[in-house]
Design a protein around this ligand. Structure first.
Ligand SMILES: Nc1ncnc2c1ncn2[C@@H]1O[C@H](COP(=O)(O)OP(=O)(O)OP(=O)(O)O)[C@@H](O)[C@H]1O
Length: 664
């Protein structure tokens, strides 16, 4: 039998030296509780044998310790404060014994091996999985992981189930919040989840579009507003209502909930002479949203300056951002001029839209990404819209004064508006220039802006001739001629040649310019009429929706109101006492609701068929003579009624409700 000392697992822990419990095998087991003084601390009760040699060794050890710790031992000296804790090599040499250099390199326990591997050879650290608890991310669903691992790549069109999960496609697809959307009920949006803001991509029809429909067949999406238009309008209303929860911007007069629209840090003071900020704000007077442009540090020296805005308030043109008010304020801690204009959500300046920084080539030698080319038709569209705006502005003896890409707002596709009118009239009131000069300058600025957009060069005025040479060949000579006419200076007392006829015209004004672009005006008009037709069609579809919504509202008002039995005006005990109850004369309305919305198939599964709902509601609204079989919930009786009767019953029930409400 091997001779062993007391168990290493329990008793040998430092500072713990409890004796072995009685009754355990202690034969030939020597005690480890021998202290440095050479005896067992529990010698009266200790169950182990005491090895004489060990006792001897212990006492020798005791002697050594006594020798080591005596008064002659060198005192502990800390490092010199001058070293500031950083030991120099000399200091280190003095502090550490030279023998320490020969000490074995410290190796973590796990790295030590039983075989004779040299200590300085690095061994790979052995990883023992049982030593570490496994990292499991929060909300991790092991079932899903299994499904993902074992299966199958995600198939967005698949509706099959995986590994017992009810809607695996929905779970694996991060975009499918509404599982039913993948199973064919795409028209019910996010029925089981609440979202603070609409996730627009979820509204798009999912899956391949049916291409072999007959002329009279419709998909669910055909009944409603086109998706892109709906999304655009949603975005706009969402952004209009956006507020900043902890905004430090103060309210201004009646304008509150200010949100800064300026996202660029680079402010160009050259145009307005002041640093300007644009805020979205809501008016407490009318509840509408406005854009407030603030000129920081502006001091009003002449009351008449701000009155010039009055004439701008009367400018009503689709190419101008309408101006509502102007005032000065000190709520920002300085003296600021505020100009209140219409707010156009989701709009960008032309500079933001077209002068986006071009991406650098991804590797040396690659061709740089070329700037986006603007279609000539879009440029003509800008010219026509701004010319129309100038017609109104100049006709009211005003001048736009600021037509540059950063001050022309793109409010929707190819739809532009002048956005900085009236500002310079206030700011430069004291240094007013002649109106004719300012109006001529409007043409110059318009020409420069179109040239800079055509050449994608914001600084086109630095070398106009070069810019004309650089104009892409894709643009017609006509566009170039038009820009040339716009930028041509008007020498004093002379008249430039008319762009149409080539002969000298009386002067360079808007009435000379408009005939020159008549063909573009008609094209623009045609496009606008088409767009209007499209919008009217979309509106007509929504008209159907609103009609159906009203029907639904009525049905829901009147269904299941047993509490109203006998309480409505004119209700006699005989006729109306049970009118709203299960057996009353309005019972069939409830059955009709079941027929429309609570249908089940032969297996008892719910049917969610939008076409059926629309069909029934349209017939109800029209009061059709068609008959409908209404089955009671216990399936014991069938009521046969026409849609006309249903409609009459619904209307009279609703009228009763309204009367009851009025009486109260
Ligand atoms: N009436 C408005 N309605 C909605 N957004 C607007 C309106 N006016 C300006 N904005 C937005 O505010 C932002 C800042 O407009 P601003 O005219 O100051 O242009 P900018 O590029 O900052 O020019 P600058 O450098 O000269 O200040 C733009 O993104 C613009 O889309």
């Amino acid at each position: 039998m091997a001779t062993t000392y007391g168990s290493a697992s329990g008793d040998s822990r430092r500072g713990v030296s409890s004796p072995r419990p009685k009754g355990r095998e202690t034969k030939n087991v020597f005690c480890r509780n021998v202290t440095i003084y050479g005896h067992c601390r529990f010698k009266d009760t200790c169950p182990y044998e005491h090895d004489a040699s060990k006792l001897k060794n212990a006492s020798t050890q005791n002697e050594n310790i006594k020798k080591r710790f005596n008064v002659d031992s060198p005192a502990f000296t800390p490092l010199q404060p001058a070293t500031n804790g950083a030991t120099t090599s000399a200091a280190r040499g003095a502090a550490i014994s030279p023998k320490a250099a020969g000490a074995a390199i410290f190796t973590p326990k796990a790295q030590r091996s039983n075989n004779s591997t040299p200590l300085h050879v690095k061994e790979p650290i052995e990883w023992l999985p049982q030593d570490y608890s496994e990292f499991v991310p929060q909300n991790f669903d092991a079932q899903l992981a299994d499904a993902a691992a074992t299966s199958q790549l995600y198939d967005p069109f698949s509706t099959s189930t995986v590994s017992g999960s009810t809607h695996p496609s929905a779970a694996l697809n991060p975009y499918a919040q509404d599982a039913s959307a993948l199973t064919g009920a795409a028209f019910y949006q996010n029925s089981n989840t609440f979202q603070t803001s609409p996730a627009h991509h979820l509204y798009w029809p999912i899956g391949p579009q049916p291409s072999n429909l007959l002329a009279y067949q419709r998909t669910a999406h055909d009944f409603f507003i086109p998706e892109n238009l709906r999304e655009e309008l949603h975005r706009k209303s969402e952004i209009s209502r956006q507020v900043l929860p902890n905004s430090s911007l103060p309210p201004l007069e009646q304008y509150h909930s200010l949100v800064c629209l300026d996202t660029t840090q680079q402010k160009n003071q050259a145009l307005l002479g002041y640093q300007s900020w644009v805020y979205k704000a809501v008016s407490s007077k009318d509840g509408n949203t406005y854009a407030l442009r603030r000129l920081e540090g502006f001091r009003l020296t002449n009351e008449n300056a701000i009155r010039t805005v009055q004439s701008w308030k009367r400018v009503y043109n689709g190419g101008v951002v309408t101006i509502h008010d102007a005032f000065t304020t000190r709520v920002f801690g300085d003296s600021s001029l505020i100009i209140v204009t219409d707010y156009h959500p989701c709009s960008k300046s032309l500079a933001e839209e077209h002068f986006r920084p071009t991406a650098m080539p991804r590797y040396p030698g690659a061709r740089p990404v070329t700037a986006v080319h603007i279609q000539e038709q879009a440029l003509w569209g800008y010219i026509v819209q701004i010319a129309s705006a100038l017609k109104t502005i100049h006709g009211m003896n005003l001048a736009a004064r600021l037509i540059t890409p950063s001050k022309v707002l793109l409010t929707s596709k190819n739809r532009v508006r002048l956005n900085a009118c009236a500002i310079l009239d206030v700011v430069h009131y004291d240094n007013a220039r002649p109106l004719a000069e300012l109006q001529a300058d409007d043409f110059m600025q318009l020409g420069r802006m179109i040239l800079s957009l055509a050449t994608n060069n914001p600084n086109v005025q630095l070398n106009m001739q070069k810019s004309f040479d650089q104009m892409p060949r894709t643009y017609s000579p006509r566009l170039k001629d038009c820009i040339l006419w716009l930028v041509a200076p008007v020498p004093a007392n002379t008249t430039p040649a008319s762009p149409t006829t080539g002969v000298a015209s009386p002067q360079k004004d808007i009435d000379t310019f408009l005939p020159y672009i008549t063909d573009q005006l008609t094209t623009m008009l045609d496009n606008t009429i088409h767009a209007e037709d499209t919008l009217t069609n979309a509106l007509a579809r929504e008209l159907e929706s609103s009609r159906l919504v009203r029907l639904l509202v009525k049905l829901n008002f009147i269904n299941e109101r047993p509490e109203l039995d006998g309480s409505l005006p004119g209700a006699s005990a005989s006729t109306a006492a049970n009118a709203w109850s299960e057996t009353g004369e309005r019972y069939y309305l409830k059955l009709f609701r079941d027929y429309v919305f609570h249908q089940v198939d032969a297996q008892g599964h719910p049917v969610t068929d939008l076409a059926h709902v629309l069909n029934c509601l349209n017939k109800l609204d029209a009061g059709s003579e068609e008959r409908v079989n209404l089955i009671t919930r216990d399936e014991q009786s069938v009521l046969v009624v026409t849609y006309r009767e249903l409609k009459r019953g619904m209307d009279s029930a609703f009228q009763d409700l309204v009367k009851a409400g009025n009486r109260r």
